[in-house]
Design a protein around this ligand. Sequence first.
Ligand code: HPA
Length: 234
Amino acid sequence: MINTPHINQTAEIAETILLPGDPLRAKFIAESFFENAVQFNKVRGALGYTGTVGGKKISVLGTGMGVPSMGIYSHELINVFGVKNLIRIGSCGAIQENIKVYDIIFGMSSSTTSNFGSQFCLPGVYSPAASWELLDKAKKSADKLGIKNVHIGNILCDDAFYSDDSTSVEKWKKMGVLGIEMESAALYMNAARYKANALCILTVSDHLLTNEATTAEERETSFTNMINIALSLA
Ligand code: HPA
């Protein structure tokens, strides 16, 4: 078992891991969807579990919020624990009218306001992107499961949840960005740099242009659909 500053490993970590932001969601997923779940981490409340789904090993870890936190966990999972497939399952705010609350978004690419990429000292603007293999597999799973409200495209990984710039959403919207979250760029850049596969699957938790209302049933269905797509990637 290995120790890092952020993961005090108490059980195996699978090659494929689901990464919700909320550690309690990680616990819920392990308890509700995994067979034989064992906890592998609790340092800083970043709860992590490993189990099986349909006989295949899979892990889940709550990463916390934002680029620095995702940067730390994805770096250690890939470089220290040998994780190969990292699937963020989270929420986002939609910024296109054709997207509804509780639709699902696959982040094909990730624009960002974060400076995380500056460490790679590139001579231009890098485009963080999902693994084509995971994205293709996720789309095929969604089709097979009959999940129709899926959108695929560019998302924004924003450093500020409470931005002082009230004009920014409109600017990202006009460039076709689908929704806003806060972790994808760090995940995609670390996966690219350290040769792993990554994908962000998001449910739309709020709409930044409309005040659309939904039902508890829609919320539950949407979450279950997202988890079922993610579990099919094990
Ligand atoms: N901004 C950033 N992250 C989010 C949002 C948002 O509006 N909604 C859910 N996650």
